[in-house]
Design a protein around this ligand. Sequence first.
Ligand code: CTP
Length: 419
Amino acid sequence: MLNLTHSHSRMTLSASDSPRIVLGVAGGIAAYKAVEILRRLRESGYFVSPILTPDALRFVGAVTFSALASEPVRTSLYGDPTTPIPHTYLGQNADLIVVAPATAHVIARYAMGLADDLLTATLLASRAPVLLCPAMHTEMWEQPSVQENLATLRRRGVLVMEPDDGRLAGNDSGAGRLPAPEAIVTLIEKIVRGGESSLLAGRRILVTAGGTREPIDPVRVISNRSSGKQGHALAEVAARLGARVELVTTVGTELALDVRSRIVVRRVSTAAEMAEVVFELAPSVDAIIMAAAVADFTVVPAERKLKKETGVPEVHLVATTDILLELTKRRLPGQVLVGFAAETDRVLERAVEKMRRKRCDLLVVNDVSATGVGFEHATNEVHMIDRDENVTTVSLRSKEAVSYEILSSVATLFSRGEL
Ligand code: CTP
């Protein structure tokens, strides 16, 4: 699955102009796959300049790369008489820098702005878009430090291709495997053509966020523990991916500066207010993501404050409109609807039942009883269920990183709708 965003302008290429790609290879077992990436890029007509880090040289040989590349491999900032300042030469001339595999160490150094070898110095000396293809053991991939470094880089416009699940070094398997060279090259081609760098360009997306507040009287409310963090992250990431976003939220928040102009915020409080605004906006959007925890029940509030002298009040609950269910009935052709579910028991089973009942295109479920998941946390782990009841699990990571996964799936649903 892809996580894509960058703020650079599209590249325009004339036919005679071979796009120039710097292929950075870091020291991991997947470095051998970079040979195949290089070969495929050359076959597709790219001018490829490889940079191997000193650690990469422990896994693969420079000669192999030099034999296939457009110019000899470079491995150091120093000692090449033909190119006295290699990092600026490579950085300034690149149309795209790809790091495959990107190790935890290279990701950390890049996030920190270090320039202690030719690869990191070139990354710093360039305004070209950057695609990182991380590959590492699952334990390393899931480290908050790694995920936070990637979140930082994404915020700065770096593209990150999610690793696959599969065989890793040794006898291990899990998340962290470098995707197939073919998939990486396909993505590179899309980026160079300028198509996929803004995965949701031109789309209008409505996101709901936060828990609704149902007043009992002028003072008291019935609410829930939703903090709105996942919904707000979805709104920000959708905007970074090029969408125009309507955010209907019960929570006040500072949205990130870089995306503020692309997100229109509508503050609401009750389920009924949320329903009204969502139904008003629904006909003009391409996708609706119902991340809000909407109350299933509300109260006809007392006009005056309930006093305890008059005894324990009887609160009569009435059902609210199920916004998502109603949206599935009013759905425009091609409109994508995403529902959320918070479960504590028989999570997947219940989620599949909910999917059938709500008939949305994607249901994102989290087990809110698990550690670090759901309400109020900065992290989340979700399962995404599609209409065919295929389940994709997004392991524990920041809500921002989870948002990239959900929005990548939304983009896939858009493209399917267009077939
Ligand atoms: N939802 C909605 N309108 C409501 C209630 C919920 O649109 N009145 C949406 C939520 O935004 C979320 C999904 O429906 O996307 C949650 O489904 P729901 O069946 O309400 O799940 P729970 O609240 O977890 O309820 P339960 O497990 O009891 O079915």
